[in-house]
Design a protein around this ligand. Structure first.
Ligand code: HEM
Ligand code: HEM
Length: 261
């Protein structure tokens, strides 16, 4: 029986390897053992960053679906007597509830960039005066365009991802929060403190219709980001030299090879 097991493991170098390896991982080869003896993972995304990432992703998904429906309302549905149905009210309620979650989460994420590790600051500042950083931005552009054969290793975000996160999330979410709360203030009445606070934004933009259009356009920018982001996360998980999706789940970045460059 034991011989059968060994025969079914062609990757085992010797009998000895099988027994020493099996103590750790069952079917590990001696090569695997050598690899796991080294520290091949770095703790990058701390728990608050990961929690924020997934809560923010869910909130944004809700905001895009409900926001789209607010902009292009479904035809009137006869679910019950007019006084008994509240479909559009629920759509708006879901939008506002997700908006509050997203806003509180965003402020929490800003706070974490001050107290968290140095990777947590990446999304909020671009080292634009660093020439090496720019050379890596162009390298990443070529890598994403399939013009480079081998990718570089990154512990945190690669410079191109960092640019995308800065413009679409740090700037983009701030824009959505400012325009969204200015629209929300309209519903609260002109004597509400939020209307007083957001009046300069409304005056700058001109009127409510333009504000709606800008807020709506912001959604499409975020949708473009989300599509590219998910494509890049999965593509890099497969093609890069490091872990990707699981890093945003466990926080640990593992590397597929141990070459320093
Ligand atoms: C990722 C974030 C967000 C997205 C994608 C989003 C999307 C949208 C869209 C597409 C509309 C319809 C605009 C139109 O065509 O008239 C809308 C309306 C609105 N959004 Fe947002 N939004 C976001 C964040 C927020 C935030 C943070 C608030 C703040 C409370 C907010 C409050 C509103 C309000 C008050 C309206 C108008 C509702 C109405 O006219 O019935 N949104 N949103
Ligand atoms: C609405 C959907 C999503 C939004 C808005 C979003 C946004 C973000 C943001 C802002 C970051 C930077 C995190 C930080 O530095 O704090 C990030 C990182 C990341 N996201 Fe998402 N995300 C979304 C969905 C997803 C999904 C579905 C996946 C998995 C397939 C994913 C995988 C990742 C990964 C792997 C990273 C880390 C990338 C790296 O290490 O450079 N995201 N995302």
């Amino acid at each position: 029986m034991k011989i059968e097991v060994e025969e079914n493991l062609p990757q085992m170098d010797t009998k000895l390897d099988f027994y020493s390896a099996s103590r750790l991982t069952g079917d590990a080869t001696s090569e695997d053992l050598e690899t796991i003896k080294r520290h091949t993972s770095v703790y990058v995304y701390e728990t608050p960053v990961r929690l924020w990432h997934w809560i923010n992703a869910l909130a944004i998904l809700t905001l895009c679906v409900t926001g789209y429906l607010i902009g292009s309302p479904p035809p009137t549905m006869e679910i019950g007597e007019a006084a008994e149905q509240f479909v559009f009210g629920y759509i708006r309620f879901a939008h506002f509830a997700a908006a509050m979650v997203m806003t509180v989460g965003f402020f929490g994420r800003i706070y974490w960039s001050f107290v968290g590790n140095h990777h947590s600051k990446q999304m909020f500042r671009l080292p634009i005066f660093n020439r090496h950083w720019w050379s890596e931005v162009f390298f990443e552009l070529r890598w994403y365009a399939f013009l480079e054969k081998e990718p570089k290793k990154y512990v945190g975000h690669n410079p191109l991802a960092q640019i995308a996160m800065f413009f679409f999330m740090t700037v983009g979410l701030s824009f959505m929060i400012v325009t969204g709360f200015t629209l929300y203030a309209e519903g609260l009445g002109s004597d509400h403190w939020l209307s007083t606070l957001t009046a300069p934004v409304m005056n700058l933009v001109g009127n409510s219709q333009v504000m709606h259009s800008l807020h709506h356009l912001g959604m499409w920018a975020i949708v473009v980001f989300v599509i590219i982001h998910i494509y890049a996360a999965i593509r890099e998980d497969v093609m890069s030299r490091q872990s990707m999706v699981s890093t945003m789940i466990s926080g640990h970045r593992t590397f597929k090879d141990d070459r320093p460059e």
